[in-house]
Design a protein around this ligand. Structure first.
Ligand code: BG6
Length: 496
Protein backbone atom coordinates (compact mmCIF):
# COMPACT_ATOMS: atom_id res chain seq x y z
CA UNK A 1 0.00 0.00 0.00
CA UNK A 2 2.03 2.96 1.20
CA UNK A 3 5.55 2.88 -0.18
CA UNK A 4 8.24 4.20 2.05
CA UNK A 5 10.55 6.75 0.58
CA UNK A 6 13.82 7.09 2.51
CA UNK A 7 13.25 9.35 5.44
CA UNK A 8 15.26 12.45 6.16
CA UNK A 9 17.08 13.38 9.36
CA UNK A 10 14.71 14.53 12.07
CA UNK A 11 13.96 14.92 15.75
CA UNK A 12 11.02 12.98 17.13
CA UNK A 13 9.34 14.87 19.95
CA UNK A 14 7.13 12.70 22.09
CA UNK A 15 4.49 14.53 24.15
CA UNK A 16 3.25 12.20 26.86
CA UNK A 17 6.61 10.45 26.92
CA UNK A 18 5.92 8.79 30.28
CA UNK A 19 2.37 7.68 29.47
CA UNK A 20 0.94 4.27 28.76
CA UNK A 21 0.97 4.57 24.98
CA UNK A 22 4.61 5.64 24.97
CA UNK A 23 5.56 2.78 27.27
CA UNK A 24 3.62 -0.01 25.59
CA UNK A 25 3.68 0.97 21.95
CA UNK A 26 5.69 3.97 20.86
CA UNK A 27 9.03 3.40 22.58
CA UNK A 28 9.03 -0.31 21.60
CA UNK A 29 8.16 0.65 18.00
CA UNK A 30 10.90 3.30 17.88
CA UNK A 31 13.38 0.82 19.31
CA UNK A 32 12.59 -1.78 16.66
CA UNK A 33 12.92 0.79 13.90
CA UNK A 34 16.26 1.78 15.41
CA UNK A 35 17.40 -1.85 15.43
CA UNK A 36 16.29 -2.48 11.87
CA UNK A 37 17.73 0.76 10.52
CA UNK A 38 14.30 1.88 9.43
CA UNK A 39 14.56 5.24 11.10
CA UNK A 40 16.57 8.08 9.62
CA UNK A 41 20.30 7.80 10.07
CA UNK A 42 20.37 11.16 11.82
CA UNK A 43 17.68 10.92 14.42
CA UNK A 44 16.91 11.76 18.04
CA UNK A 45 13.99 11.19 20.37
CA UNK A 46 13.06 13.94 22.82
CA UNK A 47 10.51 13.06 25.46
CA UNK A 48 8.32 15.80 26.94
CA UNK A 49 6.15 15.11 30.00
CA UNK A 50 6.15 15.09 33.76
CA UNK A 51 8.69 12.51 34.96
CA UNK A 52 7.49 9.05 35.86
CA UNK A 53 7.39 8.67 39.65
CA UNK A 54 8.84 5.18 39.66
CA UNK A 55 11.64 6.01 37.21
CA UNK A 56 12.57 9.69 37.58
CA UNK A 57 15.51 9.21 35.16
CA UNK A 58 14.06 8.94 31.65
CA UNK A 59 16.69 6.42 30.58
CA UNK A 60 15.44 4.10 33.34
CA UNK A 61 11.87 4.58 32.20
CA UNK A 62 12.81 3.67 28.63
CA UNK A 63 14.81 0.66 29.76
CA UNK A 64 11.92 -0.64 31.90
CA UNK A 65 9.44 -0.13 29.06
CA UNK A 66 11.59 -1.95 26.51
CA UNK A 67 12.37 -4.77 28.92
CA UNK A 68 8.68 -5.32 29.45
CA UNK A 69 7.34 -4.73 25.94
CA UNK A 70 10.09 -5.95 23.62
CA UNK A 71 10.37 -9.51 24.86
CA UNK A 72 12.57 -10.65 21.97
CA UNK A 73 15.06 -7.80 22.28
CA UNK A 74 17.98 -10.18 22.79
CA UNK A 75 17.44 -11.33 19.23
CA UNK A 76 17.57 -7.80 17.82
CA UNK A 77 20.99 -6.77 16.68
CA UNK A 78 21.34 -3.47 18.50
CA UNK A 79 21.96 -2.22 21.96
CA UNK A 80 19.50 -0.71 24.34
CA UNK A 81 22.19 1.66 25.56
CA UNK A 82 22.73 3.06 22.07
CA UNK A 83 19.01 3.69 21.76
CA UNK A 84 18.88 5.36 25.16
CA UNK A 85 21.85 7.52 24.18
CA UNK A 86 19.79 8.88 21.28
CA UNK A 87 16.96 9.75 23.67
CA UNK A 88 16.63 12.80 25.89
CA UNK A 89 13.93 14.21 28.11
CA UNK A 90 12.45 17.58 28.96
CA UNK A 91 10.56 17.34 32.26
CA UNK A 92 7.65 19.73 31.97
CA UNK A 93 3.99 20.38 32.39
CA UNK A 94 2.12 20.70 29.06
CA UNK A 95 0.66 24.07 29.97
CA UNK A 96 3.89 25.60 31.20
CA UNK A 97 5.35 28.03 28.64
CA UNK A 98 8.77 27.85 30.23
CA UNK A 99 8.89 24.10 29.50
CA UNK A 100 8.61 24.86 25.79
CA UNK A 101 11.59 27.19 26.03
CA UNK A 102 13.59 24.32 27.48
CA UNK A 103 12.26 22.10 24.70
CA UNK A 104 13.48 24.67 22.17
CA UNK A 105 16.93 24.66 23.77
CA UNK A 106 16.98 20.87 23.70
CA UNK A 107 15.94 20.79 20.06
CA UNK A 108 18.71 23.26 19.20
CA UNK A 109 21.25 21.09 20.96
CA UNK A 110 20.02 17.94 19.22
CA UNK A 111 19.93 19.65 15.85
CA UNK A 112 23.59 20.56 16.21
CA UNK A 113 24.80 17.31 17.70
CA UNK A 114 22.75 14.93 15.58
CA UNK A 115 22.42 17.09 12.47
CA UNK A 116 18.67 16.71 12.30
CA UNK A 117 18.38 19.85 10.10
CA UNK A 118 15.45 21.34 12.01
CA UNK A 119 13.03 18.67 10.80
CA UNK A 120 10.56 17.81 13.53
CA UNK A 121 8.00 15.09 13.97
CA UNK A 122 5.79 15.77 16.98
CA UNK A 123 3.72 12.97 18.46
CA UNK A 124 0.75 13.88 20.67
CA UNK A 125 0.51 10.81 22.90
CA UNK A 126 -1.44 12.69 25.55
CA UNK A 127 -5.06 12.76 26.68
CA UNK A 128 -7.01 14.55 23.92
CA UNK A 129 -7.95 17.41 26.23
CA UNK A 130 -4.31 18.53 26.35
CA UNK A 131 -3.80 18.79 22.59
CA UNK A 132 -5.12 22.38 22.25
CA UNK A 133 -2.73 23.59 24.97
CA UNK A 134 0.23 21.91 23.33
CA UNK A 135 -0.63 23.38 19.93
CA UNK A 136 -0.98 26.87 21.36
CA UNK A 137 2.30 26.57 23.19
CA UNK A 138 4.13 25.25 20.13
CA UNK A 139 2.83 28.15 18.15
CA UNK A 140 3.66 30.74 20.86
CA UNK A 141 7.22 29.44 21.11
CA UNK A 142 7.56 29.39 17.27
CA UNK A 143 8.40 25.69 17.28
CA UNK A 144 6.66 24.83 14.02
CA UNK A 145 7.36 25.54 10.37
CA UNK A 146 4.89 25.70 7.52
CA UNK A 147 6.03 22.78 5.42
CA UNK A 148 5.34 19.04 5.56
CA UNK A 149 8.16 18.17 3.14
CA UNK A 150 10.68 20.95 2.62
CA UNK A 151 13.45 21.06 5.20
CA UNK A 152 13.02 22.29 7.90
CA UNK A 153 9.70 20.50 7.97
CA UNK A 154 7.20 19.97 10.79
CA UNK A 155 4.74 17.09 10.99
CA UNK A 156 2.36 16.42 13.86
CA UNK A 157 0.93 13.00 14.63
CA UNK A 158 -2.37 13.27 16.47
CA UNK A 159 -3.79 10.29 18.34
CA UNK A 160 -7.42 9.34 18.25
CA UNK A 161 -10.03 10.25 19.37
CA UNK A 162 -9.93 13.36 17.26
CA UNK A 163 -12.53 15.38 19.19
CA UNK A 164 -15.45 13.88 21.07
CA UNK A 165 -18.11 14.85 18.53
CA UNK A 166 -18.37 16.65 15.21
CA UNK A 167 -18.23 20.18 16.64
CA UNK A 168 -15.25 19.56 18.87
CA UNK A 169 -13.41 17.80 16.03
CA UNK A 170 -14.04 20.81 13.80
CA UNK A 171 -12.77 23.20 16.45
CA UNK A 172 -9.68 21.05 16.87
CA UNK A 173 -9.09 21.01 13.12
CA UNK A 174 -9.39 24.81 13.04
CA UNK A 175 -6.84 25.04 15.79
CA UNK A 176 -4.44 22.72 13.96
CA UNK A 177 -4.87 24.83 10.84
CA UNK A 178 -3.91 27.96 12.76
CA UNK A 179 -0.59 26.35 13.60
CA UNK A 180 0.17 24.11 10.61
CA UNK A 181 -1.40 23.12 7.28
CA UNK A 182 -3.59 20.03 6.75
CA UNK A 183 -0.68 18.28 4.95
CA UNK A 184 1.31 18.50 8.17
CA UNK A 185 -1.32 16.76 10.31
CA UNK A 186 -1.06 12.97 10.54
CA UNK A 187 -4.19 11.70 12.33
CA UNK A 188 -3.40 8.22 13.40
CA UNK A 189 -5.76 5.25 13.58
CA UNK A 190 -3.54 2.31 14.34
CA UNK A 191 -5.95 -0.14 12.68
CA UNK A 192 -4.83 1.27 9.35
CA UNK A 193 -1.29 0.15 10.18
CA UNK A 194 -2.31 -3.50 10.55
CA UNK A 195 -1.17 -5.63 7.63
CA UNK A 196 -4.44 -7.48 7.32
CA UNK A 197 -6.35 -4.20 7.16
CA UNK A 198 -4.15 -2.99 4.31
CA UNK A 199 -4.82 -6.27 2.56
CA UNK A 200 -8.50 -5.40 2.27
CA UNK A 201 -7.58 -3.00 -0.53
CA UNK A 202 -4.90 -5.27 -1.97
CA UNK A 203 -7.28 -8.21 -2.14
CA UNK A 204 -9.88 -6.07 -3.86
CA UNK A 205 -7.74 -4.12 -6.29
CA UNK A 206 -4.72 -6.32 -7.06
CA UNK A 207 -7.00 -9.20 -8.07
CA UNK A 208 -9.71 -9.24 -10.69
CA UNK A 209 -11.74 -11.95 -9.01
CA UNK A 210 -13.68 -10.05 -6.39
CA UNK A 211 -14.38 -6.60 -7.77
CA UNK A 212 -17.10 -7.64 -10.27
CA UNK A 213 -19.00 -9.22 -7.37
CA UNK A 214 -18.34 -6.47 -4.87
CA UNK A 215 -21.72 -4.77 -4.89
CA UNK A 216 -25.42 -4.98 -4.05
CA UNK A 217 -26.03 -7.40 -6.91
CA UNK A 218 -23.99 -10.16 -5.27
CA UNK A 219 -23.38 -9.23 -1.67
CA UNK A 220 -26.11 -9.95 0.84
CA UNK A 221 -24.63 -8.45 3.99
CA UNK A 222 -21.36 -7.40 5.59
CA UNK A 223 -20.49 -7.90 9.25
CA UNK A 224 -17.62 -6.22 11.05
CA UNK A 225 -16.78 -7.46 14.53
CA UNK A 226 -14.21 -5.89 16.81
CA UNK A 227 -14.31 -8.03 19.94
CA UNK A 228 -11.92 -7.70 22.87
CA UNK A 229 -11.63 -9.88 25.94
CA UNK A 230 -9.97 -7.11 27.94
CA UNK A 231 -11.93 -4.69 30.03
CA UNK A 232 -10.73 -1.10 30.42
CA UNK A 233 -7.66 -2.01 32.53
CA UNK A 234 -6.15 1.12 34.05
CA UNK A 235 -7.78 3.42 31.50
CA UNK A 236 -11.14 3.77 33.24
CA UNK A 237 -10.83 7.54 33.53
CA UNK A 238 -10.22 8.04 29.82
CA UNK A 239 -12.66 5.39 28.68
CA UNK A 240 -15.55 6.52 30.83
CA UNK A 241 -15.59 9.88 29.06
CA UNK A 242 -15.49 8.16 25.64
CA UNK A 243 -17.37 4.86 25.54
CA UNK A 244 -17.04 2.10 23.01
CA UNK A 245 -18.83 3.91 20.18
CA UNK A 246 -16.30 6.73 20.17
CA UNK A 247 -13.32 4.64 21.16
CA UNK A 248 -13.72 1.79 18.66
CA UNK A 249 -16.55 2.44 16.19
CA UNK A 250 -16.22 6.08 15.11
CA UNK A 251 -12.56 5.37 14.41
CA UNK A 252 -11.38 1.79 13.88
CA UNK A 253 -14.59 0.07 12.75
CA UNK A 254 -15.64 2.86 10.36
CA UNK A 255 -12.16 3.03 8.85
CA UNK A 256 -12.27 -0.70 8.14
CA UNK A 257 -15.78 -0.32 6.73
CA UNK A 258 -14.60 2.50 4.46
CA UNK A 259 -11.83 0.29 3.04
CA UNK A 260 -14.30 -2.54 2.39
CA UNK A 261 -16.84 -0.26 0.74
CA UNK A 262 -14.81 2.37 -1.14
CA UNK A 263 -14.71 2.71 -4.92
CA UNK A 264 -11.45 1.85 -6.69
CA UNK A 265 -9.13 4.84 -6.19
CA UNK A 266 -7.33 6.40 -9.14
CA UNK A 267 -4.03 5.48 -7.54
CA UNK A 268 -2.65 4.36 -4.20
CA UNK A 269 -1.54 7.86 -3.32
CA UNK A 270 -2.81 9.44 -0.11
CA UNK A 271 -5.08 11.91 -1.86
CA UNK A 272 -6.86 9.32 -4.01
CA UNK A 273 -7.45 6.81 -1.23
CA UNK A 274 -8.59 9.31 1.35
CA UNK A 275 -10.94 10.81 -1.23
CA UNK A 276 -12.66 7.47 -1.74
CA UNK A 277 -12.84 6.58 1.95
CA UNK A 278 -14.30 9.95 2.68
CA UNK A 279 -17.01 9.47 0.03
CA UNK A 280 -18.14 6.24 1.68
CA UNK A 281 -18.39 7.85 5.10
CA UNK A 282 -20.29 10.80 3.64
CA UNK A 283 -22.78 8.43 2.00
CA UNK A 284 -23.57 6.66 5.26
CA UNK A 285 -26.90 7.16 6.86
CA UNK A 286 -26.47 8.72 10.32
CA UNK A 287 -27.19 6.21 13.07
CA UNK A 288 -30.46 6.18 14.93
CA UNK A 289 -31.27 4.30 18.11
CA UNK A 290 -33.71 2.15 16.17
CA UNK A 291 -30.77 0.48 14.43
CA UNK A 292 -28.30 0.49 17.29
CA UNK A 293 -27.84 -1.22 20.62
CA UNK A 294 -25.59 -0.23 23.50
CA UNK A 295 -24.30 -2.38 26.30
CA UNK A 296 -22.21 -2.30 29.43
CA UNK A 297 -20.69 -5.36 31.05
CA UNK A 298 -21.57 -6.52 34.50
CA UNK A 299 -19.54 -8.99 36.58
CA UNK A 300 -18.71 -12.24 34.83
CA UNK A 301 -15.76 -14.34 33.73
CA UNK A 302 -12.65 -13.85 31.65
CA UNK A 303 -11.76 -16.42 28.94
CA UNK A 304 -9.85 -18.50 31.53
CA UNK A 305 -12.93 -18.73 33.69
CA UNK A 306 -11.66 -16.34 36.38
CA UNK A 307 -14.25 -13.99 37.89
CA UNK A 308 -13.94 -10.35 36.81
CA UNK A 309 -15.75 -7.26 38.08
CA UNK A 310 -18.35 -5.38 36.11
CA UNK A 311 -17.45 -2.13 34.36
CA UNK A 312 -18.86 -0.06 37.22
CA UNK A 313 -16.43 -1.80 39.54
CA UNK A 314 -13.35 -0.92 37.44
CA UNK A 315 -10.71 1.52 38.66
CA UNK A 316 -11.70 5.21 38.12
CA UNK A 317 -15.18 4.36 36.81
CA UNK A 318 -18.19 5.93 38.62
CA UNK A 319 -20.52 3.40 40.27
CA UNK A 320 -23.48 4.65 38.26
CA UNK A 321 -21.67 5.08 34.94
CA UNK A 322 -23.84 5.26 31.83
CA UNK A 323 -20.94 4.60 29.46
CA UNK A 324 -21.20 1.98 26.71
CA UNK A 325 -18.63 -0.81 26.61
CA UNK A 326 -20.44 -2.50 23.72
CA UNK A 327 -22.29 -1.32 20.67
CA UNK A 328 -23.90 -2.99 17.72
CA UNK A 329 -25.56 -1.31 14.78
CA UNK A 330 -27.02 -1.86 11.37
CA UNK A 331 -25.46 0.67 9.04
CA UNK A 332 -26.33 1.64 5.51
CA UNK A 333 -24.41 3.28 2.75
CA UNK A 334 -26.60 5.28 0.42
CA UNK A 335 -24.60 4.78 -2.73
CA UNK A 336 -25.26 3.15 -6.10
CA UNK A 337 -22.99 0.24 -5.20
CA UNK A 338 -24.34 -0.47 -1.72
CA UNK A 339 -27.97 0.68 -1.50
CA UNK A 340 -29.92 -1.88 0.49
CA UNK A 341 -26.93 -3.92 1.70
CA UNK A 342 -26.75 -3.89 5.51
CA UNK A 343 -23.39 -3.40 7.19
CA UNK A 344 -23.65 -4.77 10.71
CA UNK A 345 -21.04 -3.56 13.15
CA UNK A 346 -20.35 -4.93 16.58
CA UNK A 347 -17.66 -3.83 19.01
CA UNK A 348 -17.25 -4.62 22.66
CA UNK A 349 -15.03 -5.13 25.65
CA UNK A 350 -15.02 -8.24 27.84
CA UNK A 351 -16.44 -10.47 25.12
CA UNK A 352 -15.62 -14.20 25.08
CA UNK A 353 -12.98 -14.03 22.35
CA UNK A 354 -10.54 -11.48 20.98
CA UNK A 355 -11.29 -11.22 17.29
CA UNK A 356 -11.43 -8.52 14.65
CA UNK A 357 -13.06 -9.82 11.55
CA UNK A 358 -14.91 -8.74 8.43
CA UNK A 359 -17.40 -11.22 7.01
CA UNK A 360 -18.74 -10.58 3.55
CA UNK A 361 -21.63 -12.83 2.77
CA UNK A 362 -22.59 -13.29 -0.86
CA UNK A 363 -26.08 -14.07 -2.07
CA UNK A 364 -27.10 -17.70 -2.23
CA UNK A 365 -26.89 -19.77 -5.41
CA UNK A 366 -29.84 -18.87 -7.63
CA UNK A 367 -31.24 -22.37 -7.93
CA UNK A 368 -31.40 -25.34 -5.54
CA UNK A 369 -30.05 -27.86 -8.05
CA UNK A 370 -29.03 -30.43 -5.47
CA UNK A 371 -32.51 -31.28 -4.36
CA UNK A 372 -31.67 -34.60 -2.80
CA UNK A 373 -28.98 -33.09 -0.61
CA UNK A 374 -29.35 -33.29 3.13
CA UNK A 375 -29.29 -29.51 3.59
CA UNK A 376 -29.53 -26.27 1.66
CA UNK A 377 -26.20 -24.96 0.41
CA UNK A 378 -24.92 -22.06 2.48
CA UNK A 379 -24.15 -18.81 0.72
CA UNK A 380 -20.45 -18.14 0.10
CA UNK A 381 -18.68 -16.06 2.65
CA UNK A 382 -15.37 -14.25 2.52
CA UNK A 383 -13.82 -13.90 5.94
CA UNK A 384 -11.06 -11.37 6.50
CA UNK A 385 -9.67 -11.96 9.95
CA UNK A 386 -7.51 -9.07 11.02
CA UNK A 387 -6.51 -10.42 14.42
CA UNK A 388 -5.45 -12.22 16.51
CA UNK A 389 -4.27 -14.76 13.88
CA UNK A 390 -4.65 -12.93 10.60
CA UNK A 391 -6.37 -15.05 8.00
CA UNK A 392 -8.30 -14.81 4.77
CA UNK A 393 -10.77 -17.54 4.04
CA UNK A 394 -13.49 -18.20 1.55
CA UNK A 395 -16.32 -20.50 2.54
CA UNK A 396 -17.59 -22.56 -0.38
CA UNK A 397 -19.92 -25.54 -0.65
CA UNK A 398 -18.50 -28.92 -1.66
CA UNK A 399 -19.68 -32.47 -1.17
CA UNK A 400 -18.43 -34.85 1.43
CA UNK A 401 -16.09 -37.42 -0.19
CA UNK A 402 -17.71 -40.74 -0.95
CA UNK A 403 -21.20 -39.35 -0.93
CA UNK A 404 -23.04 -37.83 -3.81
CA UNK A 405 -25.15 -35.11 -2.35
CA UNK A 406 -23.98 -34.52 1.16
CA UNK A 407 -23.05 -30.85 0.80
CA UNK A 408 -20.70 -29.29 3.34
CA UNK A 409 -19.33 -25.77 3.69
CA UNK A 410 -15.52 -25.81 3.62
CA UNK A 411 -13.03 -23.00 4.13
CA UNK A 412 -10.32 -22.20 1.60
CA UNK A 413 -7.82 -20.67 3.99
CA UNK A 414 -4.75 -18.51 3.98
CA UNK A 415 -3.06 -17.92 7.34
CA UNK A 416 -0.55 -15.08 7.33
CA UNK A 417 1.71 -16.73 9.84
CA UNK A 418 2.04 -19.94 7.81
CA UNK A 419 2.19 -18.34 4.39
CA UNK A 420 4.66 -15.58 5.12
CA UNK A 421 6.58 -17.26 7.91
CA UNK A 422 7.23 -13.99 9.67
CA UNK A 423 5.57 -12.28 12.60
CA UNK A 424 3.35 -9.37 11.65
CA UNK A 425 4.92 -5.99 12.28
CA UNK A 426 3.23 -3.93 14.97
CA UNK A 427 0.88 -1.38 13.45
CA UNK A 428 2.61 1.53 15.19
CA UNK A 429 5.97 0.64 13.68
CA UNK A 430 4.52 0.72 10.23
CA UNK A 431 2.78 4.03 10.81
CA UNK A 432 5.86 5.67 12.31
CA UNK A 433 7.92 4.65 9.29
CA UNK A 434 5.32 6.24 7.04
CA UNK A 435 5.09 9.45 9.06
CA UNK A 436 8.90 9.74 9.09
CA UNK A 437 8.83 9.40 5.32
CA UNK A 438 5.97 11.90 5.00
CA UNK A 439 3.60 9.32 3.54
CA UNK A 440 0.03 10.06 4.68
CA UNK A 441 -1.85 7.21 2.95
CA UNK A 442 -2.54 5.40 6.20
CA UNK A 443 -3.53 8.51 8.14
CA UNK A 444 -6.94 10.16 8.23
CA UNK A 445 -7.81 13.43 6.60
CA UNK A 446 -10.04 16.06 8.22
CA UNK A 447 -13.08 15.27 6.05
CA UNK A 448 -12.99 11.57 6.94
CA UNK A 449 -13.09 12.41 10.63
CA UNK A 450 -15.88 14.89 10.08
CA UNK A 451 -17.95 12.39 8.10
CA UNK A 452 -17.41 9.65 10.69
CA UNK A 453 -18.66 11.93 13.48
CA UNK A 454 -21.66 12.79 11.33
CA UNK A 455 -22.59 9.09 11.39
CA UNK A 456 -22.40 8.56 15.16
CA UNK A 457 -23.28 12.01 16.55
CA UNK A 458 -27.11 11.71 16.50
CA UNK A 459 -26.95 8.35 18.24
CA UNK A 460 -24.56 9.60 20.92
CA UNK A 461 -26.77 12.66 21.53
CA UNK A 462 -29.84 10.46 21.94
CA UNK A 463 -28.06 8.06 24.26
CA UNK A 464 -26.83 10.95 26.37
CA UNK A 465 -30.41 12.07 26.91
CA UNK A 466 -31.69 8.60 27.84
CA UNK A 467 -30.27 6.79 30.83
CA UNK A 468 -29.47 3.19 29.99
CA UNK A 469 -30.47 0.07 31.84
CA UNK A 470 -26.91 -0.97 32.62
CA UNK A 471 -25.24 -3.37 33.12
CA UNK A 472 -26.96 -5.49 30.49
CA UNK A 473 -24.45 -8.21 29.62
CA UNK A 474 -22.20 -10.43 31.66
CA UNK A 475 -18.45 -10.14 31.16
CA UNK A 476 -17.47 -13.08 28.98
CA UNK A 477 -20.71 -13.15 26.95
CA UNK A 478 -21.35 -11.89 23.41
CA UNK A 479 -23.07 -8.70 24.57
CA UNK A 480 -26.67 -7.85 25.36
CA UNK A 481 -29.55 -9.96 24.02
CA UNK A 482 -30.73 -6.86 22.16
CA UNK A 483 -27.73 -7.17 19.82
CA UNK A 484 -28.92 -10.59 18.70
CA UNK A 485 -32.45 -9.26 18.37
CA UNK A 486 -31.22 -6.35 16.23
CA UNK A 487 -29.87 -8.67 13.56
CA UNK A 488 -32.58 -11.32 14.05
CA UNK A 489 -35.12 -8.68 12.96
CA UNK A 490 -33.58 -8.99 9.51
CA UNK A 491 -33.70 -12.80 9.69
CA UNK A 492 -29.93 -13.05 10.27
CA UNK A 493 -27.49 -13.85 13.04
CA UNK A 494 -23.94 -12.84 13.96
CA UNK A 495 -21.02 -14.92 12.74
CA UNK A 496 -19.44 -15.83 16.06
C1 BG6 B 1 -7.48 1.57 21.06
C2 BG6 B 1 -8.61 1.74 22.01
O1 BG6 B 1 -7.55 2.53 20.04
O2 BG6 B 1 -7.53 0.28 20.48
C3 BG6 B 1 -8.59 0.65 23.06
O3 BG6 B 1 -8.54 3.01 22.62
C4 BG6 B 1 -8.54 -0.71 22.43
O4 BG6 B 1 -9.73 0.75 23.92
C5 BG6 B 1 -7.43 -0.78 21.40
O5 BG6 B 1 -8.34 -1.67 23.45
C6 BG6 B 1 -7.49 -2.08 20.64
O6 BG6 B 1 -6.38 -2.16 19.79
P1 BG6 B 1 -5.89 -3.56 19.23
O7 BG6 B 1 -4.83 -3.21 18.26
O8 BG6 B 1 -5.43 -4.34 20.40
O9 BG6 B 1 -7.09 -4.19 18.59
Amino acid sequence: MAHNSPSQPCAFILFGATGDLARRKLLPALFRLFCENLQPEKFAVIGFALPDQKHPEYGDFVRAALTEFVPDKERLSCSLDDFIAATSFVPANFTDGEGYQRLKAEMDRVEKERETLGNRLYYMATPPSLVPDILNQLSAASLTTQSAVQTPWTRIIAEKPFGIDRDSARRLTDLFHKVVTEEQVFRIDHYLGKDAVQDVSILRFANSLFEPLWNRGYIEQVQITVAETLGVERRGGYFDAMGETRDMVQSHALQVLALVAMEPPNSFAAKAIREEKSKVLEAMRPLSSHYAVRGQYGPGKDPDGNPVPGYRGEQSVPHDSNTDTFMAARMEIESWRWAGVPFYIRAGKRLPRQVTEVNIQFKGAPLALFRGSTRRPEPNRLKLRIQPDAEISLVVELKRPGTLRDLVPVELDMYYQETFDAPLRDAYERLLVDALAGDAVLFMREDEIDAAWRVVDPLLAYWRSEPADFPNYAAGSWGPAAADELIARDGRSWFN
